[in-house]
Design a protein around this ligand. Structure first.
Ligand SMILES: [Fe+2]
Length: 403
């Protein structure tokens, strides 16, 4: 749905963003969203979510001024499929609270709405860091949360109504912790004071103090939150990786009589760690750190496993297939030599021996078709064999080719 969005749509020219704004100063981009901002999220879509009966806390959080409204004030218990379910939203109560001035926050919507998950991936890829998307609704004329700074870098996207944002200089020491400021006076003079309109984007480096206030119309905006990985976080990961070695699994007796018993051992451990750090290839380590920030992070992973399995059903005799890197072991051939048992990543299968032999000759990345893989079999039988091998993971559809 959001395939047409790129990082540049949110941040502008990528080189300029990373050289001038990233981690340095706020960036305001007027009317940056392509098409209708309400396609991302709208009051109407939020109505649908609130009435869904499967949308529940902690994905919704309501605040009235500094007070967080207890979820028992706007949820109930019910029975679904004869099983008791708690924390089901009562939309009327949410509307009532909103009308009385509360701010409604819908957090981590990337866990709820697939197209929004797709959008967070754009940031996860670029920053190699976990990204979430949350929405905030504020009634007209109401200030949102008290002036504060947040732990993550944020991209604010105004979707409906308007909101005035006031920003201040970040504190001298920036830490990845949220902070609420007691008074505006302690923040000094604002560095930016803008009224965001639908389609506008505002980037705030982490720890930028801000306050936001809805003006003459009720406001809806989303925020992409990107969790910074500071050097201390990255180096902890590097050292943890190096310490994952049996050489460091000893259990020293630290309180031994005499006090200095394990000192020699500690020196030895430090020397070993130092050697490992010295031998580290920085390029490879950066690649590993980028990988850990992109793959398997919560809230943005995607899989098309079911669609992939369905596509296998359409593989035909002439479909171009690629041998994957899956491990295939040939166990033994049957007594009549017609079939051979193989194991593919732990799963056993009996293949016609001609197919098993051809498979053995293929290396990862080599291409084949049903007919080429099973010479001597009918096209129909050969097709059944490649479909089986695709389901077991030994073959996959060649990129860009349809079944
Ligand atoms: Fe904030």
């Amino acid at each position: 749905m959001f395939d047409h969005y790129t990082f540049a749509d949110f941040a502008g020219d990528e080189e300029t963003f990373f050289s001038e704004y990233f981690n340095r100063k706020p960036l305001l981009r007027r009317n940056a969203i392509k098409g209708d901002p309400k396609d991302i999220l709208s009051f109407q879509k939020v109505d649908d979510l609130l009435n869904l009966e499967s949308f529940h806390p902690p994905y919704i959080r309501i605040t009235q001024g500094p007070r967080v409204v207890s979820e028992t004030d706007y949820t109930r218990s019910t029975v679904v499929q004869r099983i008791a379910v708690s924390s089901v939203i009562v939309p009327e109560r949410v509307y009532e609270l909103f009308r009385s001035g509360a701010t409604v926050a819908l957090g981590t919507l990337n866990n709820v709405i697939p197209p929004l998950r797709q959008l967070t991936r754009i940031f996860t890829e670029k920053f190699a860091a976990q990204t979430d998307i949350s929405a905030f609704m504020t009634p007209a004329g109401r200030r949102g949360r008290a002036p504060h700074h947040d732990a993550p870098d944020v991209f604010v996207v105004q979707l409906e109504g308007t909101k005035r944002w006031t920003l201040w200089e970040p504190p001298a020491e920036r830490k990845t912790k949220r902070r609420i400021y007691d008074t505006i006076e302690e923040l000094g003079e604002p560095t930016m004071d803008v009224l965001l309109e639908p389609g506008d984007i505002l980037y705030l480096p982490f720890n930028t103090p801000h306050a936001a206030e809805a003006k003459d119309r009720m406001s809806l905006h989303v925020v992409f939150t990107i969790r910074p990985r500071l050097w201390e976080d990255l180096l902890k990961s590097t050292v943890a990786q190096l310490l994952d070695d049996p050489a460091f699994s000893g259990f020293p007796y630290l309180a031994a009589p005499g006090g200095d018993a394990p000192v020699g051992e500690l020196k030895e451990m430090l020397r070993l760690l130092q050697d490992k750090l010295g031998a580290l290839d920085p390029d490879a380590e950066i690649d590993r750190l980028v990988g850990t920030g992109r793959v398997g992070v919560e809230g943005s992973s995607t899989s098309r496993a079911l669609q992939g399995l369905a596509d296998i059903d359409d593989i035909g005799p002439r479909t171009e297939l690629v041998r994957t890197a899956s491990l295939v072991h040939h166990v033994d051939a049957a007594a009549d030599a017609q079939s051979t048992r193989v194991t593919i990543e732990g799963c056993s299968a009996n293949l016609p021996s001609v197919t098993a032999v051809s498979l053995q000759q293929l290396g990862p990345g080599d291409t084949t078709t049903a007919a080429r893989l099973s010479p001597g079999l009918t096209l129909e039988e050969a097709t059944v064999q490649v479909q089986r091998l695709a389901r077991l993971g030994a073959l996959q559809l060649a990129a860009g080719r349809d079944a």
